[in-house]
Design a protein around this ligand. Structure first.
Ligand code: ADP
Length: 479
């Protein structure tokens, strides 16, 4: 069995405790043992990042460009192997895993380019003879706390801009999926990243995560995870005056209007509600359907679900892999019971635990109908292959139901009407709006993020990432 160490100050550093990385499609398959770092490991990594910062922040932009470009090239060249590792440790299908690995490559490629486009502004002052320069400087040591559901794309979309803009990094990946983060650390080390610029400390949130949040030497923290942990991160960062950015949950609406193309609507909703086992913060869990198309839509969704194969993530023909672990499966099953029980919704399809050839966390996608927006299954994030149909009278009611939520990450509408599509783009209270597309599935070069309880702080990805990973300086010069 292979053992994977933490990367601290450029050294692969073993720890006394380890975590087994288990395949959710087959719990007999142990991928490897991964270091479970201590608070002292996190502190050593922060010290290494602090030491590496002055030189890295001044590194020639072409050198930074070359390192990020080399990392992108290796990720592209190994996307099948990395996608396989991802499918094996997280449980999304092989095609989804390979797609996500490719996305990580695209993100590194984008920020390799951005290294050569760092720019400031020069302005005249209102005072004669004075020039003003506005420049962006790196924050310093950035802490990153990442979740299990996009184990290579999310580390990539935090790491690539942080390095591009001259920061040094300490990353703590989710305990369930250390493999992809370790692979990224290995790739960056071989791409020539100087020692201490990127430190990987795998381990528990309550130990390694806490050490990052408590350290006065960490200038900023980028977090993706649950709402509860996000609030805790916010409190801790405020205590130590760190800049922070949070990406948390969603309860994303997908509206289907009477005039929608039924195939387009069913395709978009099936994808965003159930693919990747519904474990995407951009998944649609509230399918808001107007009465004229409601019955046809539900019948067509059930037909599609009947033809959907849930099985080993890496097997040919699998459309939906397993749930990530027993804890998440228990949560999904609890909400299916709440839907059927206290909420009084109709379970129109699925929701059964499935047995396959190997011991894994297999769950049949669940579709509820006859639901209302005040039910718990429509208000609380489930994070599994569970979606509800909410019947509404018309577009106005659909819009009001869509916005009636504590979250605001992404929102979709399926319609052939330009009028309703335009109105929805302008009036949806979400950070990302999709027309005739799944609510999940975003481009790598444009901003990602939401409103209300979903997100806090500047957007991630694309050029907007500079808002978080840099701080602005205004300099006045009397010539
Ligand atoms: P999930 O329930 O999806 O795993 P979490 O919010 O618990 O979401 O986890 C997201 C990330 O936050 C993980 O890397 C986890 O280890 C980390 N984490 C959990 N608790 C803490 C904490 N107290 N301090 C810092 N990080 C934490």
């Amino acid at each position: 069995m292979d053992t994977f160490s933490n990367l601290i100050g450029g050294e692969w550093t073993p720890s006394s405790d380890v975590t087994e990385n288990i395949n959710p499609s087959n719990t007999d398959d142990v991928i490897g043992t991964y270091a479970r770092g201590s608070a002292a490991d996190a502190e050593a990594a922060i010290a290494a990042a602090k030491t590496a910062f002055p030189a890295w922040s001044r590194t020639n932009v072409m050198a930074r460009h070359n390192i990020l470009k080399a990392a992108a090239a290796e990720i592209f060249a190994r996307s099948k192997e990395l996608g396989d590792l991802l499918a094996r440790e997280e449980g999304k299908t092989l095609a989804e895993g390979i797609g996500e690995a490719g996305r990580a490559g695209q993100i590194f490629e984008f920020f390799a380019g951005e290294c050569l486009r760092l720019a400031g502004e020069k302005l005249p002052s209102i005072r004669p003879g004075v020039d003003i320069e506005i420049t962006r400087e790196p924050m310093g040591v950035v802490g990153m706390i990442t979740p299990w559901n996009f184990p290579i794309a999310i580390p990539a979309w935090k790491l690539a801009p942080a390095l591009c803009y001259g920061n040094t990094v300490v990353m703590k990946p989710a305990e369930l999926t250390p493999g992809c983060a370790w692979a990224l650390a290995d790739i960056l080390k071989r791409a020539g990243l100087p020692d201490g610029v990127f430190n990987l400390v795998m381990g528990k949130g309550s130990v390694v995560g806490e050490a990052i949040l408590s350290s006065p030497d960490v200038a900023a923290v980028s977090f993706t995870g649950s709402v509860g942990t996000g609030k805790h991160v916010a409190m801790k960062c405020t205590e130590t005056m760190k800049k922070f950015q949070l990406e948390m949950g969603g309860k994303n609406p997908a509206i289907v209007l009477d005039d929608a193309d039924l195939d387009v609507a069913v395709g978009a909703c099936l994808n965003s509600a159930f693919f990747s086992t519904g474990q995407r913060c951009t998944a649609s869990s509230r399918l808001i359907v107007t009465e004229g198309i409601h019955d046809k839509f539900v019948a067509a969704m059930i037909e599609k679900l009947k033809a959907t194969t849930v099985d080993d993530a890496r097997k040919d023909g699998t459309h939906i892999g397993p749930v990530v672990d027993q804890k998440q499966l228990d949560t999904d099953m609890k909400y299916i019971e709440i839907g059927r029980g206290e909420d009084g919704a109709k379970l129109a399809w699925g929701g059964e635990r499935l047995n396959r050839g190997t011991p894994g966390f297999y769950l049949q996608p669940a579709l509820f109908t006859e639901t209302t927006n005040d039910m718990r299954i429509n208000r609380e994030e489930i994070f599994g292959p569970v979606a509800s149909v909410i019947r509404v009278k018309d577009y106005d009611e659909a819009l009001s139901v869509a916005n009636d939520t504590a979250f605001g990450l992404s929102a979709g509408i399926c319609t052939t009407s330009l009028k309703y599509a335009s109105h929805f783009k302008a009036n949806s209270q979400a950070g990302m709006v999709m027309v005739n597309l799944p609510t999940a599935g975003v481009d790598p070069h444009v901003p990602f993020g939401g409103r209300k309880g979903s997100s806090y702080g500047p957007r991630e990805q694309g050029r907007y990432a500079a808002e978080f990973y840099t701080t602005v300086k205004t300099a006045y010069t009397m010539a």
